[in-house]
Every structure is written in structure tokens, then in C-alpha cells.
Design a protein around this ligand. Sequence first.
Ligand SMILES: Nc1ncnc2c1ncn2[C@@H]1O[C@H](COP(=O)(O)OP(=O)(O)OP(=O)(O)O)[C@@H](O)[C@H]1O
Length: 269
Amino acid sequence: MIEFKNVSYGYGEEPLLSGLSFRLAAGSFTAVAGENGAGKSTLCRLAAALLRPTAGEVVSNGLCTSKEKGVAFAAFTGFLFQNPDRQICRATVGEEIMFGLRCINSDGKEARLAAAEIIEEFGFSPEREIFYMSRGERQMLALASVLVRRPKILIADEPTSGLDRRQYEFVAERLKEARRRGATVLMVTHDMKLAEELADDMLIIGGGAVRAHGPAAGLLSDRRLMEDSSLRLTEMRELATLLGGDFANAGSVNEIVETVKDKRKRRVA
Ligand SMILES: Nc1ncnc2c1ncn2[C@@H]1O[C@H](COP(=O)(O)OP(=O)(O)OP(=O)(O)O)[C@@H](O)[C@H]1O
């Protein structure tokens, strides 16, 4: 569980975030959205104890980030940076994955087995030199080195940006899997289709405050909220809200099709 209690933060004198209060339930998947520069990455760093609030409290997994050392949070928090090069610090895939494990004092036989498994799952080879990997591959590697630690809390800042379709689908599946295994996931994204596919809840920030927090389906259908937050309705939501009435809260194209069929049946009868 992650809780923000009246949290404020600023890099300079002006606060960037002011009085944020919300709670993310254990095991939930929350997508964070908002316009560029709204403070989404800053919110993630606060949640991961990489930053401490200038006022208020962040409590993660029962620990207050202002009272404990960062290492206490690193033990159960996986953080995927927006830019993988901020994270990667070793020369080869194998070394990078093991580095992630050593950071949580995991270095034995089990750790080496987990490293071998994830390297295979991601389709890398342990000797592969990171210097020659593409941006997308480095992003996948950064994710692998976070996931190998099986974090209780997973914070991913735009995990699919710059990935090709195959990589995108692979990453979306890995995030779903982390959630299935019980992790609490917080994901920043500009991709509302991804939010719709993965998240239970959405947290929309803007103007330094929480603009909305609640079930993703409802927020993603709120045309006014989406427009005010510079977010795009997905094509499916666009269609559902344009059709209105019984269709307005449809969760998928399939639901729209079924509702049309149902209406036709009733008209014929
Ligand atoms: N280390 C820093 N020092 C000073 N200012 C910073 C720092 N990090 C971020 N900022 C500023 O804080 C503001 C919010 O940045 P942040 O990265 O949290 O926003 P964001 O919503 O994630 O943006 P984007 O969608 O563009 O990634 C921006 O104006 C940014 O320039």
C-alpha cells in the first residue's frame, strides 16, 4: 500500500506538487497521467523514496519515507526510470541483472538461477554488451533487472515509450504478470489504451494537485476531464461516448457490439 498524506514538493522555491492525498491499495494497478511537466515522474520518485516531500508524508508498505533510509524501500520497491540509461550501470546483460539482485543482497544460487531465467525470458544472452544495444533493448533490460527482484511495489515511468509493437506487447504482459503475482503497480503513461488495458485505477494530476483518482474505466470515459488534462480519449471511448446512452460506459468494442445486438433483438421482439 502507498499513501500520500497532504504531500507537497518543489525543486525550487515554487511548489510543483501541493497537498496531494491519495491511497493506492496493496495489489492494485494505477496508471498516472497528466500533461507534460505536471509532476508525474516527481510523484513516482516520492512514492519510491528517491525524493522526500517538503511537507506531508509518504507511507509505503507501512514505512514513512521521511523517517527511514532509502535502502529500506529499495528492498521491496522496483523503479523503472523513464530513461533506461539512468539505471543501467554495468557492461553486459548478465552483470546488469546480477547487479540488480546484489543491490538487495541476493547473490546466491537462487539469485543466479533467477537471473538466468529472466535473461532467457527476455531473449537476451548474458554476455551481450549493453553498449551495442538499441534504446528499446536497453529499456527492456532495465525492466528485466527490476523484475528479477520480484518487487512488492513496482513503479514504472513510461515503460513502453519508444518500444516497437512486439516489445510493447511483451512489456505490457510482464506488467500484467507482476500484478498477478501480487505487486502493487504504479505506472506513468501518456498511452490511454495501455492504461485502459492494464490499470484498475487512474490518478490524474494537473496544476500541482490530484485532478481525479478513481476506477480507470470511469475516468477514461470522462471527456471533459480528459480534455482538461490534455489526454486523448481512446478510439473505443470516443465511440462509446459519442453513441452515449447504454453505450457510454462500455468497456470494450465487444460490449458495444453485444449491446447493439441486444437492442436489435428487443426491437424485433
Ligand atoms: N531534478 C530536477 N531539478 C529541477 N527541476 C526539475 C527536476 N526534475 C524535474 N524538474 C522539473 O519539474 C517539473 C515536473 O517534472 P516531472 O518530470 O516530474 O514531470 P512529468 O509530468 O513527469 O513530465 P513529462 O510528462 O514531460 O515526463 C518540470 O518542469 C521539470 O523541469
